[in-house]
Design a protein around this ligand. Sequence first.
Ligand SMILES: Cc1ncc(COP(=O)(O)O)c(C=O)c1O
Length: 469
Amino acid sequence: MPLHNAPRRDERPLSVNPFLGPANPVGGMTEAPPKHRMPGAPMAPATAYQLVHDELMLDGNARLNLATFVTTWMEPEAGRLMAECRDKNMIDKDEYPRTAELERRCVSMLADLWHAPDPAAAVGCSTTGSSEACMLAGMALKRRWARRNAGRYPSKEARPNLVMGVNVQVCWEKFCTFWEVEARQVPMEGDRFHLDPEAAAGMCDENTIGVVGVMGSTFDGSYEPIADLCAALDGLRERTGLDVPVHVDGASGAMVAPFVDEDLVWDFRLPRVTSINTSGHKYGLVYPGVGWALWRDADALPEELVFRVNYLGGDMPTFALNFSRPGAQVVAQYYSFLRLGRDGYRAVQQAARDVAGGLAARIGEFDDFRLLTRGDELPVFAFTTAPGVSAFDVFDVSRRMREHGWLVPAYTFPANREDLSVLRVVCRNGFSEDLAALFAEDLARLLPELRRQPHPLVRDKNAATGFHH
Ligand SMILES: Cc1ncc(COP(=O)(O)O)c(C=O)c1O
């Protein structure tokens, strides 16, 4: 939940349309409801609906949101199933055994998709999203390291650390803060915007619980070289005896690469990869809140982290941060797997990648911009202003595109490329070639005005975009 502690700015009550108030002969509202306190008296459901509905009209159009990786459209049949399941609590395995079974099948399908050596031996669970899945995977890494170091942990000398690229999503910084693990981050260097395998191996020591590799990077859509990372860690083991496991954060890419980059080896085919997460609600094509975490076998997930809930008179192992959680998203995930199959997912992801590649190429044709990535890994690309462009910057572009309804985040890269600010476009299912053409046309129409600016106009770069990793 966001932490809302801002001072109240607007003490006026909600404004009530006369149709709901004095002009409504049947129980119209006589008093406008307050905004920040619960109203004293109830109101008619239709009135409450209208008030909430009207306020939500000011939200952006989710389909034009090119900032988010999260699914913004599903088929009506999926929506229907979700509506049918919205009252089911995922934790009530005993009451909803079929929902529990669909979750189990999804885990098996993912284990197979990600080449677990023995899919039947892989263990996994659904989560609210990748962040929770990463917390669980990180906890398993930490616990396994603590077991291996039982003789010296806890102690001052044994402070656990996790190695990752500086480009990781904020969930990994959260994990390290919440679970008291030192975050060791490999900086960006020159035109390398993600982790360098040898540099990552160089940061490992006897207190390293694992290394996180990202498929692909939130900053620019590039895949991190997971096989090279594993090879560098194999080398480390030969040299030093340190045997460091790898977790793959496949929030987006674990649902892209298996379909459109089948030859790329990044998953459980690499023996060093012990766990993988993905967001069902990103390229898994389900509305938000579902994620998945899988471990290659039971050894990779310490038994003491597993809790048991009642299930058909027996007990079922669970691993989650929350207790209650909606079952509808898990059902929708199963629907998508069943409905699309491998060929369907391939068609959807390939289409997104074609759109990304086409739009990136079109933007690359403008002299004003320089592409950092081309949308040929995740269907996501980042671009910046070309050298010599001084009239405007990426923050101006983001602000002006928003006037046309396009939400395109602009942000500054982390260490050692703080000098670089970029725009990022995420192409998802539903962002068609036609919409991409409109995007390029709107950008082309804006450019003459931007070129005439005396200098970049956005002063508060942090306020310029609501986008934070
Ligand atoms: C690489 C990566 N990891 C983790 C996350 C967090 O995922 P979620 O929003 O599902 O919690 C994201 C979100 O963009 C991501 O890109």
